[in-house]
Design a protein around this ligand. Structure first.
Ligand SMILES: [Zn+2]
Length: 99
């Protein structure tokens, strides 16, 4: 029983780390896809970025959000506010829930 407890104590943090890492990797892929699609969308429509337009784009074109990413657009790039913390040290205090 103690050995099992030790194994669990070792395995759980490792598994949690693997899950967290894979979430970050899947997040990077999702962010890149959203950014590519959004830039393509802006180009096709001949539009310039606005926050409202980005929200519209997300609601109309990005309907699959299994990992609860929160996509935001900053300085020409898409970022996930949940899995990719801002480099400026600015905290997302009041995230808008995914619709
Ligand atoms: Zn994410």
């Amino acid at each position: 029983m103690t050995i099992l407890g030790i194994l669990i104590a070792i395995a759980v943090p490792v598994i949690a780390q693997v899950i967290e890492q894979s979430e970050h990797e899947s997040c990077d892929i999702s962010v890149n896809e959203v950014e590519q699609h959004y830039h393509h969308f802006l180009m096709l429509e001949g539009l310039d970025h606005t926050d409202t337009l980005f929200e519209f784009f997300l609601s109309e074109h990005i309907d699959d959000n299994p990992n609860d990413h929160m996509f935001i657009y900053e300085e020409g790039h898409v970022r996930c506010a949940i899995h990719q913390p801002s480099n400026t040290g600015e905290e997302e205090t009041d995230p808008v829930p995914w619709l």
